[in-house]
Design a protein around this ligand. Structure first.
Ligand code: NAD
Length: 277
């Protein structure tokens, strides 16, 4: 009897790991949402390549979870190609790209928008995804892998007035890029989706809030404020782990019939006009 129970538990544990043997590249995986995803993917049995520009953090995290780290500025196509290549030389395949690296945008009026800042942000937030999808799709097509590509957009990509003009521009464009890539790649069994989180108290968001609330602003304050004003689930802001769970779902076979989808992870915020009341 006891033996039966143990065996059952064992089977359940195995099936609970949703990415066994899968090979994933995560851009922006050194901290924040990407780091949470790297940990969760590894816990779920994936071989993870962390691609970032924060070398020390990225390498430390990689070592702690049995992943690999590579310096990769997503604005540079060659860097992204090298990150995908590392997955291929390491494990001979690429199953998942979580194209997540991104930066916040400058606040300010459209009338004073700085074109150099536009180019810089677009080169990371948008072209980084073009580079990622291009090289991940090449690898998946070459190896006939029915892979999953997930890009990180934002609530700022689906509604106005939330963030800087350039940031919104980049995030909205990612959704269009994702849908068009999904249309082309679906016939090969490659799924392409987006996650659009809203207001996750990561370094990126805390830095953005410091512009308005002052340099002393702490993550807990941002979390509290966002929970009160940026979610229908009162008092509850999204966490990096919430977003990582959504990425895990889209990466896994549990989402095997989901493609060209933008999964808005916002506690209902973008569907309501009541959230700020
Ligand atoms: P974060 O700043 O904690 O993490 C971003 C990661 O991307 C960092 O590790 C950073 O080093 C890396 N990165 C930045 N520029 C890079 C480059 N040129 N090449 C490679 N890596 C680079 O922020 P986060 O909140 O975890 O952001 C992750 C993604 O989620 C971003 O695309 C962001 O726009 C998006 N997002 C965040 C929120 C939020 O509220 N935090 C909401 C919606 C969308």
């Amino acid at each position: 009897m006891e033996l039966g129970v143990d065996k059952h538990d064992h089977v359940q544990n195995l099936s609970a790991k949703r990415l066994i043997g899968k090979v994933a590249v995560i851009t922006g995986g050194a901290r924040g949402i990407g780091a949470a995803a790297a940990k969760l993917f590894a816990e779920n049995g994936a071989y993870v390549v962390i691609a970032d520009i924060l070398d020390e953090l990225g390498a430390m995290l990689a070592e702690s979870i049995g992943a690999r780290y590579i310096h990769c500025d997503v604005a540079k196509e060659d860097d992204v190609e090298s990150a995908i290549q590392l997955a291929l030389t390491w494990k001979g395949q690429l199953d998942i790209l979580f194209s997540n690296a991104g930066i916040g945008g400058p606040a300010g009026s459209i009338t004073s928008i700085d074109m150099e800042q536009v180019k810089h942000l677009i080169s990371i937030n948008l072209l980084g995804n073009v580079h990622g999808i291009k090289h991940a799709a090449r690898a998946m097509l070459k190896h006939r892998t029915k892979g999953s590509i997930i890009c990180t957009s934002s609530s700022a990509g689906v509604m106005g007035g939330l963030a800087s003009h350039i940031y919104s521009l980049s995030k909205a464009a990612i959704i269009g890029l994702m849908r068009t890539a999904a249309c082309e790649l679906g016939v090969h069994g490659i799924r392409v989706n987006c996650i659009s989180p809203h207001a996750v108290p990561s370094d990126l968001l805390v830095s953005a809030y410091r512009i308005f609330l002052g340099n002393e602003t702490r993550p807990e304050q941002v979390s509290k404020l966002v929970g009160e004003t940026g979610s229908l689930l009162r008092g509850r802001a999204a966490t990096v782990e919430d977003v990582a769970q959504a990425a895990l779902f889209l990466a896994s076979e549990d989402a095997g019939f989901i493609t060209a989808h933008n999964l808005v992870l916002d506690g209902g915020f973008t569907s309501s006009c009541n959230t700020l009341s």
